[in-house]
Design a protein around this ligand. Structure first.
Ligand code: FAD
Length: 422
């Protein structure tokens, strides 16, 4: 291969570039990223960056010295618009093209938006620019914040906002947040952290509309009221948000609304390519797509039927994907144990393994006090047929590591991974 193009200049794209050089690729390496920023780390955006404990200088994933060593052409602020049917030409903004022998797709995911969320004060949190904009609002003084969605990003953001002294409510459509990744027994315990952090949790009810000015922007993009608010790109043009209307007619007053309702894989640019797309780029267990010279990694990749949105998957898949790309066929598969962490309300939550709905849960260490993890944290084991399938820890990092390592050793998978997306 003389040229390899990595599309997506973030976590998994950077790891892929490193692997290409580490595995002996000495040809032309082109890295295309539509953000203007050099690769940066996203997890702090909802945590210490939002609270101001971490500055932008601490987010960088790479430095000038490494970038020189990688000897790559960085096309930042440039969007890939398409991939030809043979997977040999990447089409860029402005009609430019890159002829290539291999492609690593690392375009990640974007925050899912509410239709018509054009009101000022409504935010999503995926990029550095999103986090900057949200932070700017939060430092202006006490705000009434409504977080829509009680998943990990929603919970972390709520925790950070509460830590900054804002009045925070989380709205979750399901009866309980975090059931898909943690199961109901542990989801209820982890959700109790909101209460401990002074945040109100409203569950089992959907959002009907965002209210702003004299208008209500309804789900589906419809707007009612004297001032009709049209759908379109979010921006400062809309009137300020004033509240969140729930499906039962209740209105939660809000100065700031954070929409944390999941992420959508960035596959739009691949429409018309020969690749199979279905909630991500479909790949085999080795990250190889239907074209042997095209691999996909990170949040955009559906690897062997599972698409993870976890930092660790995005850093582990590139080694295997690049090995297969350079070999021209699948010679290795991704076998790492699913793992993610989350920091909320001063607690570190860690989860690893392949949980399934019927697994039983046992608290092996620590306690549950008043429905929430006790001050000394807890370690819970998920079990099936007498075997441990997964482990959850709240502030018990050492025993968690022990169990995680053991699970990895026993890795003959006992079932497919559950969708534990953040
Ligand atoms: C706020 C936040 C907190 C998180 N916290 C945790 C955590 O605590 N624990 C955990 O395990 N995980 C966490 N994650 C998830 C983790 O950050 C992701 O799994 C990881 O960023 C995935 O990396 P990626 O490179 O695959 O995708 P991304 O980071 O999404 O990067 C993809 C890049 O490709 C670019 N791109 C998209 N389309 C194009 C195109 N057509 N042309 C060019 N470039 C394109 C995007 O703009 C982006 O820069 C968090 C994520 C967020 C947003």
């Amino acid at each position: 291969m003389r040229t390899v193009t990595v599309v997506g200049a973030s976590l998994s794209g950077l790891y892929a570039a490193r692997e290409l050089r580490a595995q002996g690729f000495d040809g032309r390496l082109v890295i295309v990223g539509d953000e203007v920023h050099a690769p940066y780390d996203r997890p702090p955006l909802s945590k210490d960056f939002l609270t101001g404990r971490t500055g932008e200088d601490r987010l960088a994933l790479t430095d000038a010295e490494e970038r020189t060593g990688l000897d790559a052409e960085w096309l930042l602020g440039v969007r890939a618009r398409g991939l030809d049917a043979r997977g040999r030409t990447v089409l860029l903004d402005g009609g430019r093209t890159v002829s290539t022998d291999g492609v690593v797709i690392a375009t990640g995911a974007s925050a899912r938006r509410l239709p018509g969320d054009v009101l000022t004060g409504v935010h999503t949190l995926r990029t550095l620019d999103d986090a900057r904009a949200l932070r700017e609002e939060l430092v202006r003084g006490p705000r009434r914040v409504v977080v829509i969605g009680g998943g990990f990003i929603g919970a972390e953001t709520a925790s950070s906002c509460a830590g900054l002294g804002h009045d925070v409510t989380v709205v979750e459509a399901a009866p309980l947040p975090l059931v898909p990744p943690l199961g109901p027994e542990m989801a209820v315990v982890v959700a109790a952290l909101h209460r401990r952090g002074g945040v109100s949790l409203v569950t089992g009810i959907g959002v009907a509309a965002l209210r702003g000015g004299s208008a209500a922007v309804r789900h589906g993009g419809d707007a009612t009221g004297p001032e009709r608010v049209r759908g379109g790109p979010p921006g400062p043009a809309g009137p300020p948000v004033t509240g969140v209307e729930l499906a039962d007619g209740r209105v939660l007053p809000a100065d700031v609304v954070i929409v944390g309702i999941g992420a959508v894989p960035n596959t739009g640019w691949l429409a018309g390519s020969a690749l199979a797309l279905h909630d991500g780029v479909l790949c085999d267990d080795g990250c190889v797509t239907g074209l042997p010279q095209v691999v996909a990694v990170g949040d955009v990749a559906r690897v062997g039927g599972t698409r993870a949105e976890h930092w660790t998957s995005a850093t582990e898949q590139p080694r295997v994907a690049v090995g297969n790309l350079l070999a021209g066929r699948t010679v290795g598969t991704v076998r790492s144990l699913p793992y993610f962490w989350s920091d909320q309300y001063g607690a570190r939550i860690q989860f690893a393994g392949h949980r399934q709905g019927a697994d039983s849960v046992r608290i092996a260490e620590g306690t549950v006090e008043d429905g929430a993890p006790g001050e000394d944290g807890l370690l819970a084991l998920y079990e099936r047929d007498g075997r441990t399938t997964a482990v959850l820890s709240v502030d018990r990092p050492r025993p968690f590591m022990r169990e995680r390592r053991q699970l990895a050793r026993d890795q003959a998978p006992v079932g497919p991974a559950t969708a534990t997306n953040l």
